[in-house]
Design a binder for this molecule. Sequence first.
Ligand code: AR6
Length: 179
Amino acid sequence: MEKTLNGAKLEVVQGDITQSAMACIVNAANSSLLGGGGVDGAIHRAGGRRILDECVRIRSERGGCPVGEAVITTGGNLKAKHVIHTVGPVWNGGKKGEAEKLGNCYRSALRLAEQHGIASISFPNISTGIYGYPKDEAAEVAIGAVTGVLARKHGFERIQFVCFDFENYDLYVERVGEL
Ligand code: AR6
């Protein structure tokens, strides 16, 4: 499923983000930047040691990555040239600023991508696994944040939501279809 918004293709696909052929993929990391389970584990496994080496260097320089912010590394052995690591919020009932923090993840990642001249980028469904964010609410925030960026002047050609589980895929197909 895809839509064209202000000159960019917004795509919804089902699959494994480590196989993405976009210039950059986004990782749902944690503040330590030292890896973990879920998509984070998959990206580090597929991308190899160079990604972790750069994460360790960034961590030693600035003490990790706060929730809602983003850092960039090499894509290592991935097809993607870069990985942007962002840290989603842990779901805590919805009244602890979770939506703002989750939206900030998408906005921070896109800002960093533009600063690096990246025109194509794949996002996973940040916070909807181990961090427990309800999938329908997370989809609304994610799509809102990305379409907000695309509504302004931007340098993107393709932005992809890569949904691993079919619950997320169906939610995104429905919501992006309504845009
Ligand atoms: N490709 C695309 N999406 C994936 C993949 C994959 N290969 N594997 C899982 N997902 P999660 P979080 C989806 O738990 O909730 C880590 O330990 C998955 O179906 O990876 O942000 C970090 O180090 C779900 O929809 O990330 C943190 O400690 C989505 O990715 C913590 O988990 C996010 O699930 C972050 O938790």
